[in-house]
Design a protein around this ligand. Sequence first.
Ligand code: NAD
Ligand code: IPM
Ligand code: MN
Length: 354
Amino acid sequence: MMQKIYRIAAIPGDGIGPEVVTEGIKVLERAAALDGGFSFQFTHFPWGCEYYLKNGRMMPPDGIDQLRGFDAILLGAVGAPGVPDHISLWDLLLTIRKQFDQYVNLRPVKLLRGAPCPLKDVAREDIDMIFVRENSEGEYAGSGSWLYPGQPNEVVIQNGVFSRHGCERVIRYAYELARAEGKTLTSISKGNALNYSMVFWDQIFREVGGDYPDVETHTYLVDAASMFMIRDPKRFQVVVTSNLFGDILTDLGAAISGGLGLAAGANLNPERRFPSMFEPIHGSAPDIAGQGRANPLATVWAASQMLDFLGHPDWAARLLSAIETVLTDGRVLTPDLGGTATTAEVGDAVAALL
Ligand code: NAD
Ligand code: IPM
Ligand code: MN
């Protein structure tokens, strides 16, 4: 039998990024070795803030072309004190998301067995959502201007860009997912205040819904949705929302499902014209970087999403179940989960459980 070789671009990035990516790779290599039918070939790209301080840019001018031929990208985190965040993120992470048209950001908010939850009176199965975050435009379109800087008449404009094409495709993806999984679909928007963009979003949600009469839908304004995520999280199953709302609500989702150390995301180009990118949703955590304290489980979960996308749902499930065993066992956990284990020890524990 021919062994399938997956070529993966690893971009560890800054802060705790390299620490958690090392563990993600460890677990992926272990899965491949046990399976025997596929293997991984990782190519490391040293792009990030250190690279920026040496070279004056976050990645080389042909960086996107260097990544184009890979089967997937595994990213750690980007951002470091000393480089303005809007430069480090726009010139690397957001460039990749946009250039590779990764318009779906799939972020599970699911309370795994053994994961801590700060909410009272909530059953584990009540927190089981999947966010479909628009990932290519909206509030993150990067459109605007800065006029008369430093002068009394200074004006800053940041435009939201909501195209019919951009809204329809992500909303349709969410309807398809809800239908496939037999789940409800909830759209979160803010049409009462954002009287162009979100009125349009709501309209498209209804229009596309015409093709999915079998999918039960709900709609919430984002302020009420944040309240209900805390007060009554079981209302939400598949959720579709805009770029910025999805960013904020998934950190909130992380807080109710074990913390940022457990929250993963997949940046998908569903048509597979370009590589998709898998990453923990947390940042570079400069406050704990370099100490071996970072929780690598979010990255392992992102690796699980990668295996699923590459066509190995069985291995994806085994990674998740290994995470759950580490959590329920409780002996090898990083400090964010109340343990004393190092990042590498947690990665070793997951790999051993496979
Ligand atoms: P952050 O997610 O880096 O950290 C928030 C808090 O969560 C910190 O206290 C941190 O120690 C903790 N934390 C995060 N990940 C953890 C893990 N795996 N294990 C244990 N604790 C963890 O957010 P921030 O502090 O707002 O941002 C820091 C930098 O990261 C900034 O430069 C920001 O722009 C960048 N950022 C990057 C990404 C990305 O690359 N995807 C995402 C978010 C923020
Ligand atoms: C995330 C991050 C990014 C985002 C930042 C770093 C640009 O917060 O992936 O959640 O807002 O998308
Ligand atoms: Mn975020």
